[in-house]
Design a protein around this ligand. Structure first.
Ligand SMILES: Cc1ncc(COP(=O)(O)O)c(C=O)c1O
Length: 390
């Protein structure tokens, strides 16, 4: 009998993990099902619902039978509107040819890493980092090289990037505002990263999922710097800015040869974003600036409330400059963040994410999400205080 091949999955998935965050979500659901009240600070979803104007745009698209195949890179009016937004707001010089609609920021990032990395390559990743990034890099059979953000900011970005790079380094993942730390890189820091990328001929994969959530300082797109648009793939999402996490709307901005690569990956994975969702994205882009500004005020209130509560309970936490997470040191609960998260969940019914899932540099911390209704933050702070300062 001929030798049968082994029944197995492709080796490229050997090093790819399955989100620890999902396991925490499952535990929270199990606690709730058993009738327990849980303070849910583990999530990353906006506190408000998708605005009605966006929902009606999708409904109208359905009624108009906009239910057919669309160009896989996105319908023309959406790409035109995105190009206008990226030029005006992000100051990245683009035409419609530099825009591709994606299924959330996640597909943009997946396509970006797949477009740039070969097996054996390395990618510099500021750490702590959003957990899926490690898996996206490893899924491209490349290696994430973790660059501690806090020491880079303290000791110099260029020197730190130099210290961690290898001859195989091909890309830098640059997330601002950062999940989970809330760090917002300054323009001067972006300039240093850009100069390093140019000197080493690296591609920058920029993740600007939280571009509209900056409380201190200003959001700055690295691709807007001279010489950077041609070596940067910038990934955006509608999830956070418009409370559209379940719609799966995002987009990437890049020049050639990267755009052709992104187009191939989108074509052969999803063949584009669902057509009615694209009309919803188009409507979202008409949101007046005043609405974003009003929400930012709301988010700031939540941030200040949670940060004050954490510090009062003895968990030292500086106010994060952006995004919607606080990332305090919790070594007073337990040195190992997974254990600290378990203790908080079991004893105080507060769900958080252990810092170690965001890379070794996150150990000793917990991520508390504050994109919640104010009474829920108040109740969580009270529960924390009762547990830590009885
Ligand atoms: C840093 C960062 N980038 C990208 C995303 C992708 O979001 P989505 O796939 O919902 O657009 C997220 C979502 O949590 C994120 O935190």
């Amino acid at each position: 009998m001929a030798h049968a091949p082994e029944l197995r999955i492709a080796h490229r998935l050997d090093e790819v993990g399955f989100s620890d965050i999902v396991q925490i979500r499952n535990k929270v659901m199990a606690l709730r099902t058993s009738g327990q009240k849980v303070h849910a600070l583990h999530g990353g979803e906006p506190y408000f619902e998708t605005p009605d104007a966006i929902k009606y745009a999708a409904i109208e698209a359905l009624v108009r039978n906009q239910t057919h195949y669309a160009p896989s890179s996105g319908i023309a009016p959406l790409r035109e509107a995105l190009a206008a937004k990226v030029n005006a707001t992000n100051r990245i010089p683009v035409t419609v040819d530099h825009i591709i609609a994606t299924v959330g920021g996640s597909q943009a990032l997946y396509a970006a890493f797949q477009s740039v990395l070969d097996p054996g390559d390395d990618a510099l990743v500021f750490s702590p980092y959003w957990t899926p990034i490690g898996d996206l890099v490893r899924g491209a059979q490349a290696r994430p090289l973790l660059v501690p953000t806090s020491s880079a900011r303290r000791n110099g970005i260029t020197a730190t990037l130099e210290q961690f790079s290898t001859p195989q380094t091909r890309a830098i993942y640059y997330n601002t505002p950062q999940n989970p730390s809330g760090v917002v890189f300054t323009r001067a820091e972006a300039e240093e990263v850009a100069a390093f990328a140019q000197a080493r001929n690296l591609v920058v994969i920029a993740d600007e999922a939280y571009e509209d959530l900056v409380y201190d300082g200003q959001h700055f797109s690295i691709a807007s710097l001279p010489g950077m648009a041609e070596r940067t793939i910038t990934c955006f999402t509608f999830s956070k800015s418009f409370a559209m996490t379940g719609w799966r709307g995002g987009y990437a901005v890049a020049q050639e040869p990267f755009m052709t690569a992104l187009r191939k990956i989108v074509l052969y994975s999803t063949n584009g974003v669902p057509t009615p969702v694209q009309f919803a994205m188009l409507a979202a882009l008409e949101t007046p600036e005043s609405e974003h500004a009003a929400r930012l005020v709301e988010y700031r209130k939540r941030r200040d409330l949670l940060v004050a509560g954490l510090n009062a309970a003895g968990l030292v936490c500086d106010p994060p400059a952006g995004a919607f997470y606080a990332f305090p040191n919790v070594e007073s609960i337990h040195r190992i963040s997974k254990t600290a998260a378990e203790i908080l969940l079991d004893k105080a019914h507060i769900a958080t994410i252990p810092g170690s899932v965001f890379g070794a540099q996150g150990e000793g911390h917990l991520r508390f999400g504050y994109a919640l209704p104010i009474p829920e933050i108040e109740a969580a702070v009270e529960a924390l205080h009762r547990f830590l300062k009885p």
